[in-house]
Design a protein. Sequence first.
Length: 370
Amino acid sequence: MAPIVSFVVPCYKLADLLPECVNSILAQTYEDFEILIMDNCSPDNTPEVAASFNDPRVQHIRNETNLGHVRNFNKGITMARGKYVWLVSPDDWLRGRDVLRRYVEMMEQNPGVGYVFCRAIEVQGSKEVGVAQWTDCGKEDRIWEGPKFLMRLIRGDCIVLSSAMARKECYDKYGLFSLEMPHANDWYLWCVLALHYQVAYLSEPMLFVRIHEESLTSEFNQGGNPICSIDELNALWRVARLAEVGGVISDRRAFNSAIATLAAWALKYGPPGGKRPGLAEADFEVLLRSHVRDSKDEEDFRARLFMAIGDEEFWHGHSKEAANSYWQGLRLRPWWWRTWIKYLLLRTGGVGISVRRFLLGLRHPRAEAR
């Protein structure tokens, strides 16, 4: 008899962290599940660790060759027998013994929900550092209509991959993780599914997410390759097209604003700490040309990009550069009164800058982004 839930745990060179992850699942009060440890030809002792759990619900599947992380994800999902599939990275683990019951009850009571997620607690080394702010969608449990949640999701990925449990039918109907987006494939998939399903959120932080140098994201950010930024921009532009075709949006303005904010961030300064490689303007222009719908759409996007770059420059203390970017945007969209206010405040000098900081607060608009 098939289990209700299939946990897919893709593992590569993380055998030392695997016990904490798997044992947190085995400890759940809701017991109708299977665990598929997807060993991606790991060179460490993953097979020995997998055999140590001594529980019939745990299966060890070892690939003869390394498939790449996305194909390994998809292989596990394809093999899953459960009604629900929960992909958990071996460096993350469940917080508490009643997590799975909460998730299953939410899904069983709400058949229109495609997936459910929760807030996460960041762990650095062995120290808990609090709720990951980018996962915080409020202090109340809620269910969004998919298109409404999509408009929240395009402003920034708020879902830790390991925190999301989805219906198996979601993957069967709308596809697996995209091989073309090695970094942003989960963000893209959550956006795609939001076009077709409701989305549930549990406010209690029920997952520990480990921040360390061996994580996939850290690996992507090394070596000067801007793959993360390129992936994220591709994801948003593709979702915009799907939303148009599906009749979810009638124009791209909201998407253009979100994409422009992300592009300005990547082109100018990137995330706090400067660990992510910058995106070259030439690479960005190639992306832009491949995704804009027509000249009108391109003009709208470029105006929003100038405005977003102006915001980035302002928050980094470069008032002259910010004013110049706002002016470039106003040349394309002279009726944007909010941009006029930002521009004129900067033109007045120190007083105007102080007024703007007072009105808007000192928090950078992307400070809590992933």
